[in-house]
Design a protein around this ligand. Structure first.
Ligand SMILES: Cc1ncc(COP(=O)(O)O)c(C=O)c1O
Length: 387
């Protein structure tokens, strides 16, 4: 097929699924309970840092993810920042971060004075390629005392920060193996992965800390918001203080001890979250229906395929993804331009973090697969309306 014909076919396949003239990438869905809970929060006048909804929301997340402790925050980025701080990430530590990623993971590393060290991903899961990372660390890292150091930079390689991209999980058995072998702290960026499990264990609970996001484009939303999932009580106490400007509990005295951050989720955000959370399983079941529709629509189309994870893993399929073959990769931007001009919102993957102007000076391994994926990924309209 000629390129023009292929482009037309792709748009036709997408329209067949969305059945809409205008299709957004990801719209939030509100049923009636959101309005009721928001109104109840407004009527209570407790819309800010005090009120019952934050605690209820945290309990819901705790019970669903089976995390030991949960703290709701005002964004996924602030949750991630606190995850790094309670993990003891400090100046000149190196954190291993997939380059195919959203900037928050690298940015919070820099907030801590630490160094992002970019690693490659695999095509099967879009997550970290652990086999490749193992070989790389064998050559790049040297053990001195208890820990591993970068031979070239002499800095400690401290943390491994997997991002569960579009809600999918990599092979987390290997994540734990490699973290143990090289004495790495696991900090999970599960911002996109609420509702995703690996062997029945929720993503974000494999290390001692993990972060979720409830931004407006995520699987459920609080407008803007996030959560920290924690394993240890000591980390929970530390994080709870840090997100509340390091304020010490007292009935009426205002005591602040040490540097802190204003990162708490507000009661009004949490009221929305409480209503949204009740629909998480319904939303994910619609995501699976959408996946089947896309698969059917692109069946027999040899130039691109719909991304699908191994059946044994429970992804939330937050964003549906089309993977272009070599031929179509060359016209990816033409496809994006045409679709967007016709109000079908398609998006490329992020530019690789290792190529951004504020990050391109940091260490990196060979990134061949990420480079290829960056050119071949197109995210499709993934809203559940009409399902
Ligand atoms: C992978 C990833 N990490 C971190 C974030 C940051 O979350 P937020 O936008 O809630 O700060 C996002 C989402 O936007 C994300 O997709």
């Amino acid at each position: 097929m000629k390129n023009q014909k292929l482009l037309f076919q792709i748009l036709k396949n997408i329209r067949k699924v969305t059945g809409k003239k205008r299709a957004f990438l990801h719209e939030p869905v509100f049923w009636s309970d959101e309005k009721k809970k928001l109104l109840s929060c407004i009527n209570s006048t407790f819309v800010s840092s005090v009120g019952k909804f934050v605690e209820i929301f945290e309990k819901k997340i705790k019970s669903y993810t089976k995390s030991n402790y949960v703290l709701a925050t005002n964004s996924g980025t602030s949750a991630l920042h606190i995850c790094l701080l309670v993990s003891g990430i400090k100046k000149n530590d190196e954190d291993l971060i997939p380059t195919l990623n959203f900037p928050a993971t690298s940015n919070v590393t820099i907030y801590c004075g630490a160094i992002p060290h970019f690693i490659d991903v695999e095509e099967k899961t879009l997550g970290i390629n652990f086999e490749k990372l193992d070989k790389y660390l064998k050559n790049t890292a040297v053990k001195k005392g208890k820990y591993f150091y970068n031979k070239k930079t002499k800095r400690r390689i401290k943390a491994l920060v997997p991002t569960h991209i579009f809600g999918h999980s990599g092979n987390l058995k290997d994540l734990i193996k490699i973290a143990k072998k090289f004495k790495l702290t696991i900090i999970e960026d599960a911002s996109e992965a609420l509702g995703s499990f690996y062997k029945k264990k929720h993503l974000g609970t494999f290390g001692s800390v993990g972060a979720l996001s409830f931004n407006g484009n995520k699987i459920i939303t609080t407008g803007s918001g996030g959560a920290i999932l924690l394993k240890k009580r000591a980390d929970y106490i530390k994080a709870k203080k840090l997100i509340n400007v390091s304020k010490i509990n007292h009935k009426w005295k205002l005591i602040y001890k040490g540097l802190g951050y204003n990162y708490k989720m507000s009661n009004i955000q949490a009221s929305l979250g409480c209503a949204q959370f009740n629909n998480i399983e319904k939303i994910i079941s619609y995501k699976y229906k959408l996946l089947e529709k896309y698969k059917k629509s692109f069946r027999g189309f040899s130039q691109a395929k719909i991304f699908e994870l191994k059946k044994s893993r429970r992804s939330n399929y937050w964003l549906q993804t089309l993977i272009l073959n070599n031929n179509l990769m060359k016209i990816r931007d033409k496809i994006l331009k045409k679709a967007n001009s016709q109000k079908i919102m398609l998006r490329p993957a992020w530019k690789l973090m290792s190529t951004l102007s504020h990050l391109n000076k940091y260490p990196k391994m060979d990134l061949t697969t990420s480079i290829k994926l960056q050119k071949s990924i197109i995210n499709l309209p993934s809203s559940i309306y009409g399902q």
